[in-house]
Design a protein around this ligand. Structure first.
Ligand code: ATP
Ligand code: MG
Length: 780
């Protein structure tokens, strides 16, 4: 029995650009985190708080058994959603009848992990309360926050982040300027766009002045360096000087750092073409990034041609205004750093176009939501689910701004309804109820859409154990459906009543069956394929609990048949899960597994924790039945992962509980209590993805050091800069030679080499060479 330890866990993203300097800060913050449970990095926008926090998190990873986890709060505007944003990162849903906070507490209490709360400034109070609560009950938890202001909680250790070091232009040292972090950052970023960029006798003085001029603020340096393809360093300096002269003339006092940054942003803004300026400004309406299509639809018009949007986006990427976002899926995504976004937002507010752009944003995402709805049970269903998921922050922003507008409140319901499957499939019941009830309250229109929203909200309320809310909503839905005399709305009410009869404790199976059958028959006539299939799935569960195996098989086959007829991959995966459930009931492990192996890649793709929960349970039964108790025990543990999200899987309930207990008993007997417990715990520590992958037969995850650069990972986990350095090490260069070659200080080169050794779990340079050579890197 192996014990799997997993220091490599968490969700901190790989660095997309080289990290410069800050060695002392990194070790200082790490040291402070050993003694203080909450450390807040403070400082102005763009000074590098987030980057530093991520660096600390990455380098401290090994000290946290349960990983380092990043929660980005910049796009969260609603204070009420902060706890569920945090919960969502861990895959702990806000589904339980307890509040999201107490669910989160329950999950974190025995965890040894580092939680990075990034960009707290607009939510300082909520973050403060949340951090205090979490720390109070999770003794091994550490929180690293970044915020422009301190959170002001007891025990908070505040670390002001200062800009990068800059040379004194009046007293320039001989030789290497790259010992100054600001210079190193400038050179690095300049090389990213002009690989031949060098510090020369001719430009070193101007370079030092540019770095001083922008006071070493990393964001400002990046903006300045982005101009290297078109301007010489001297020209950059000249133009910055002009800009700052203007600034001092206006205010007659020397600019402070904030004004330095604003001035650099102004400068950058002025160097953009007028349509680029418009695009920057308008792109500030997006939350959590955007793709080209959205930019074309929302930002074009009033001075921008749709046909030129691509060109403008590329121009802004070149100027470091827009960054490429790592997105799920294929289309390239772009995003703005918070400070750059704020700047654009202010410009937009002053332009008089704010409402127009907001309206377009809302309309665009409403349309997207509607199309997403229409795309269900079609050959584009998976694509749509992923797309809606990717646009979740924008959809939230659209709902938020829509709720404030009387004329749009009703359309907000449509967005909320389109997100229903996502909330459900990922266990975000609390969030579903939150938006649905707000939209229902804001919209006064008595329409069939309102009836449907009420039934969905009633369903979420039921899952959250809020019986009174559930009743109230359902009663209103029923009355309204009758008053409207709308066939479809009535069917949905009937269907929901069937669902509630099935979910109530104890369930009223005959009533649930009668109501659901009526709904299914009705949907067949009205042609609501999605709900028809939902009803069939429900009928399957009812039949199974009633012991009507033949009827259950019939419902499951119908689901699969309809899904296949429409090429709907996700719906089909559900059909397969239902069929697998039957096979498992009948004691046919091989056929159960075959069906699930076909279904589970889709669970993985769309992150469907609900379906995955059932599949993992069934796989656990199959494993114990076929003499694989270790796998069985881990899988039973893995079910805890989805249980946290969606509650107990179907297969752990009612009639099926017997088989669950059997599997537990068999595994325990075969392994002994201790080994069973260890393996179960290993499974319970999986992330959702890991759990599904394990179910599909992949090995349980191991520490990254054990499998450096696993197949297909290229030179991961090294950053591009580290790869470059590792290759130079392979060519036999000393740290000093590497430093000279890359125009960095020797100390920096040493730091990189140390990082490489740590990351790969190596102790000497020869190991690095071998590792690089094996991966087809440069040979001497
Ligand atoms: N040490 C560093 N090495 C390389 N790049 C850096 C470093 N520090 C900051 N940067 C870059 O500077 C920019 C601003 O940094 P960052 O986003 O961390 O600032 P911030 O203080 O979090 O700002 P905000 O308050 O707006 O969130 C980013 O593009 C970041 O990658
Ligand atoms: Mg930040």
């Amino acid at each position: 029995v192996s014990c799997v330890t997993r220091p490599g866990r968490g969700n901190v993203p790989a660095e997309l650009s080289g990290f410069v300097g800050r060695r002392a800060e990194v070790s200082e913050v790490r040291r402070l985190l050993e003694r203080n449970r909450l450390v807040t990095l403070t400082g102005m926008g763009g000074v590098g708080k987030t980057r530093l926090a991520l660096k600390v998190a990455e380098s401290a990873r090994r000290g946290f058994r349960d990983g380092v986890w990043l929660v980005e709060l910049a796009a969260t505007t609603d204070a009420n959603l902060v706890p569920s944003a945090v919960a969502g990162v861990f895959g702990v849903a806000d589904r339980s009848d307890r509040s999201a906070v107490s669910t989160l507490l329950g999950y974190l209490e025995d965890k040894r992990l580092l939680l990075v709360l990034d960009n707290c400034e607009h939510l300082v109070d909520v973050c403060a309360v949340l951090a205090a609560k979490l720390l109070a009950c999770a003794p091994d938890l550490r929180v690293l926050a970044t915020s422009r202001q301190p959170l002001r909680v007891d025990g908070e250790q505040v670390v002001p982040v200062v800009p990068l070091s800059t040379p004194d232009p009046h007293d320039l040292p001989m030789g290497d300027l790259a010992q100054f972090e600001a210079v190193e950052l400038f050179v690095q970023r300049a090389r990213a766009v002009v690989p031949t960029f060098e510090v020369t006798e001719a430009n070193r003085a101007a370079l030092a002045k540019v770095c001083r001029r922008v006071e070493g603020i990393p964001l400002a340096i990046e903006l300045a360096a982005a101009r290297v393809p078109v301007l010489s360093v001297a020209q950059i300096l000249l133009r910055l000087d002009d800009r700052f002269a203007l600034l001092t003339k206006k205010s007659r006092i020397a600019p402070d750092r904030h004004r330095t940054l604003t001035a650099t942003l102004d400068w950058s803004y002025e160097l953009c073409s007028p349509p680029e300026q418009l695009l920057w400004t308008r792109a500030s309406v997006f939350a959590g990034g955007f793709d080209l299509d959205a930019a074309e639809q929302i930002c074009a018009g009033d001075g921008i041609d749709r046909g030129e949007v691509f060109e403008l986006v590329s121009g802004l990427v070149d100027k470091s205004i827009l960054g490429r976002h790592a997105g799920i899926g294929s289309a390239a995504r772009y995003g703005l750093l918070e400070t750059v976004r704020d700047y654009g937002h202010q410009q937009l507010a002053g332009s008089g176009l704010q409402d127009t752009v907001r309206d377009r944003h809302r309309e665009y995402y409403l349309e997207l939501a509607r199309q997403g709805q229409a795309g269900r049970v079609s050959d584009r269903e998976v694509e749509w689910l992923l797309r809606l998921r990717r646009e979740w922050p924008n959809l939230r922003a659209a709902m938020e701004s829509g709720l404030a507008r009387q004329d749009f409140a009703h359309s907000t319901l449509d967005i909320a309804l389109a997100l229903r499957d996502l909330w459900f499939g990922t266990g975000r019941h609390r969030e579903g109820l939150h938006w649905l009830s707000r939209a229902i309250a804001a919209s006064g229109e008595r329409t069939p859409a309102r009836v449907i929203a009420l039934t969905e909200a009633a369903y979420f309320a039921m899952r959250l154990g809020e019986a009174a809310t559930c009743d109230r909503m359902l009663t209103e839905a029923r009355a309204l459906a009758d008053r409207l005399d709308d066939v479809h709305a009535r069917l949905v009410v009937t269907h929901t009543r069937g669902t509630l009869a099935l979910l109530q404790n104890p369930p009223d199976l005959p009533l649930a069956q009668a109501l659901t059958e009526a709904a299914a028959a009705g949907y067949r006539l009205t042609g609501d394929l999605r709900r028809q299939i939902n009803a069939l799935q429900q009928l399957f569960a009812i039949a199974l609990f009633l012991g009507e195996t033949a009827a259950a098989a019939d419902h499951a086959e119908q689901c699969r048949g309809l899904a296949e007829a429409h090429g709907a991959e996700w719906t089909r995966s559900w059909g397969l899960v239902l069929l697998a459930t039957l096979r498992a009931r009948q004691g046919e492990p091989a056929r159960t597994e075959a069906l699930l192996y076909e279904a589970m890649p889709t669970h993985l793709l769309v992150g469907d924790s609900y379906a995955a929960g059932i599949s993992l349970e069934l796989l656990a039964w199959a494993a114990t039945a076929t003499g694989h108790p270790e796998r069985g025990a881990r899988l039973l543990g893995a079910c805890e992962v989805t249980k946290r999200l969606n509650g107990p899987a179907l297969a752990q309930q009612a009639a099926l509980a017997v088989q669950h207990d059997q599997a537990v008993r068999a595994a325990r007997q075969a392994l002994g209590d201790d080994a069973y417990g260890t393996l179960f715990d290993e499974g319970a520590q999986f992330t959702l993805d890991e759990a599904i992958r394990y179910g599909l037969g992949e090995q349980p995850p191991r520490p990254p050091a054990a499998t450096p650069g696993a197949a297909g990972a290229g030179l991961a986990p090294l950053t591009p800069r580290e790869q470059e350095i590792a290759e130079l090490v392979t060519q036999g260069l000393t740290n000093k030679q590497i430093a000279a070659r890359l125009v960095i200080s020797q100390r920096t080169a040493e730091g990189h080499v140390e990082n490489i050794l740590t990351k790969l779990g190596f102790t000497n340079r020869a190991q690095i060479s071998r590792w690089i050579t094996e991966r087809g890197g440069t040979t001497p």
